[in-house]
Ligand binder design. Structure first.
Ligand code: DHB
Ligand code: FE
Length: 289
């Protein structure tokens, strides 16, 4: 059976992708940020999974306001890198895993989460920047990726608890796939930021660090946090953080029969990076007995 080996959490600031693509990673502004991801890249190289289930949000790139799926699973064999206005990022195309993705769609929909099945979509910075941060600039991404897009752009968006419960359902789906695949689940976006209006530029370090603490130690309690708290305390785009609860809900200690707590392999927090506080965690699953 497939196993869930780790969850990874990271911001997806598009300027980070531009800094990498334009060779600016050693500039004083960017150097501390990329230095902070060095140990994570080493961990990733040593712990490359067979598949990454990558929870992210589309920024009106694949889905405009014409069509807003709440939860969309990418079941295609490959996904093109989106042109977000400056041409596609010079990164590898994303290879999917249609067999596992179709199984997860089947299992999760049977568990009463109504996913939108997407065979073709371009993927934007929400997906490619986390891959770049964790994998660097390879000629091909190290493994297939199942894109899982969550609507956090156009209200009504899913609650933290809905996301947490969905993570639990995704765990059941992965663990019932009949092949010995090692799967990581990533939760991306956040942390505090607001890109528009009078509060543009808002950063809240206290909120972000309390969120990281609680995500590690008390995720189900954190899942009760209402949208208004994110928007008030972490800015209008800080709501992207609800996606982290999907990845956290998939860990063994959140399962029907709770397993061991995850081990914190990496925790990093950095300001500034464009308009967003960058947060990052790696939670590894101890091998189940
Ligand atoms: C920024 C952050 C985001 O999450 C995003 O989607 C776009 C821009 C920023 O900080 O610039
Ligand atoms: Fe974003």
């Amino acid at each position: 059976m497939a196993t869930l080996t780790a969850s990874v959490y990271t911001s997806h600031v598009p300027a980070i992708g531009a800094a990498l693509d334009l060779g600016k990673t050693t500039e004083p502004y960017w150097q501390p940020l990329f230095a902070g991801y060095q140990p994570s890249k080493a961990w990733m190289a040593a712990n490359t999974p067979d598949v990454i289930f990558l929870v992210y949000n589309d920024h009106a790139t694949a889905f405009s306001l014409d069509l807003v799926p709440t939860f969309a699973i990418g079941t295609g064999a490959q996904f093109a890198v989106a042109d977000e206005g400056w041409g596609p990022r010079p990164v590898p195309k994303v290879m999917g895993h249609p067999e596992l993705a179709s199984h997860i769609a089947q299992s999760v929909i049977q568990q009463d989460f109504d996913l939108t099945v997407v065979n073709q979509m371009p993927v934007d910075h929400g997906l490619t920047v986390p891959l770049s941060l964790m994998c660097g600039q390879p000629a091909a991404w190290p493994c297939p990726v199942i894109p899982f897009a969550v609507n956090v752009v156009q209200y009504p968006i899913p609650s933290g608890m809905r996301c947490f419960r969905l993570g639990q359902a995704i765990r059941r789906a992965i663990e019932s796939f009949d092949a010995p695949l090692k799967v990581q689940i990533w939760g991306t976006g956040g942390m505090s930021h607001q890109l528009q209006g009078p509060r543009a530029g808002l950063i809240n370090k206290d909120f972000d660090n309390a969120f990281l603490d609680q995500l590690i130690a008390a995720p189900e309690e954190l899942a009760k946090k209402p949208h208004i708290d994110y928007v008030r305390d972490a800015g209008s785009e800080g709501i992207e953080l609800v996606m982290w609860l999907i990845a956290r809900g998939a860990m063994a200690d959140c399962a029907d029969v709770p397993g061991p707590q995850p081990v914190v392999r990496r925790r990093f927090y950095h300001v500034p990076a464009s308009n967003t506080a960058v947060g990052h965690l790696i939670l590894e699953q101890p091998a189940l007995a």
